[in-house]
Write a protein that binds this ligand. Structure first.
Ligand code: KG4
Ligand code: ZN
Length: 320
């Protein structure tokens, strides 16, 4: 069994996963409400909250899995990318737990973690496949040939898809984080009402900053009353543009690589329109789309194990 910690952004999470990928527990404590009044994650506040939550969350994960530190084979932790202070809380806690119980440590890359959310029970996906990773911090198309890694085919040149959702939600007055709120409101609107642009960038890369500006202009042209009335249409059209950008590029990547399987992971994989728009794709289960430690434990099974005392020198990294 592996105990994993994930503290890269505003979710404090601990999970216990077995060697064959069964999730024995996956405790996620979200700080979203704490950051909502600031309209986004405040790094220093996130670090302090992780510090308060990390041990209670670990205790709960061990309890739910009905196990104890003594029964574990390794401790895994997100090493990066993410907020550096937030990452350091998880990394320090993981080092301390491993040291106390003479366990090895497995540092995990957050993006590999998202992809590894597909390798958990009850329906683990087998490479090769093409994977769209769309979250608040990243938007990537990757070629996965084996569980231990991937090759990047395309990435965003500016905002991530989840960031586009969050910034759009803010312009529409929907609060933070905004992806799920736009998803809900879009269900009541007409996706054809506004013709928002899909950026044309070379290769398999993405760009979402122009779309955000287009929404800004559309909102600015409306009176308060009109905005209230058109908000569902704006949400639906904006969501449609993001989904079209993601699915368009995913299909081009399939054509270029000849991939026979497509998968979607990351927070934006929870989007209901995206799930409908790619019926042929494998999606990570809803609970494993947004940040969680079970996916980190899953990736740890295919990552390098660092023995004591070498892991004490490990540092976190903010960007990949
Ligand atoms: O993977 P994640 O938890 O964190 C990062 O690694 O960044 O992704 C969070 C992102 C946020 O931008 C959030 O707005 C978005 O996922 N998200 C959604 C939905 N649920 C969460 N975006 C669109 N539709 C959703 N239903
Ligand atoms: Zn993430």
């Amino acid at each position: 069994m592996i105990l994993a910690l994930e503290t890269s952004c505003d979710e404090t999470s601990a999970a216990v996963v077995s060697a064959d990928g069964a999730v024995l527990s996956n405790v996620v404590s979200s700080q979203a409400e704490l950051h909502a009044r600031f309209g986004g994650v405040v790094p220093e506040i996130a670090s302090r909250r992780h510090l308060e939550l990390v041990l209670p969350v670990v205790r709960e994960a061990l309890g739910e899995a009905d196990t104890e530190l003594e029964s574990l084979g390794a401790v895994a932790v997100t090493q990066g990318p993410g907020l550096i202070g937030a990452l350091l809380v998880g990394l320090s806690a993981a080092k301390a737990l491993a040291l106390a119980k003479q366990l090895p440590l497995i540092p995990v890359d957050h993006l590999r973690g998202h992809v590894a959310s597909l390798y958990l029970q009850p329906e683990p996906l087998e490479p090769p496949f093409l994977c769209l990773l769309a979250s608040g911090g990243h938007t990537l198309l990757v070629d996965v040939v084996e569980r231990g890694g991937f090759r990047v085919l395309g990435t965003t040149l500016d905002d991530a898809a989840g960031e586009a959702f969050d910034k759009g939600a803010r312009l529409l007055g929907l609060g933070y984080p905004g992806g799920a709120a736009i998803d809900r409101l879009a269900g009541e609107g007409d996706p054809e009402a506004y013709d928002f642009p899909v950026a044309r960038v070379p290769g398999l890369d993405f760009s979402f900053s122009g779309l955000k500006t287009a929404l800004l202009y559309a909102v600015r042209d409306l009176s308060e009353g009109e905005l209230e009335r058109r908000r569902p249409d704006l949400a639906a059209s904006y969501q449609r543009a993001i989904v079209n950008a993601l699915t368009g590029r995913a299909r081009e990547a399939v054509e270029q690589t000849g991939a026979s399987k497509v998968a979607v992971v990351g927070g934006v994989a929870a989007n209901s329109e995206l799930r409908r728009a790619l019926p042929e794709a494998a999606f990570a289960p809803l609970a494993l789309c947004t940040d969680n430690a079970a996916m980190i434990a899953s990736a740890a099974r295919y990552a390098e194990v660092v023995p004591f005392p070498r892991y004490l020198a490990l540092d976190a990294y903010a960007s990949g």
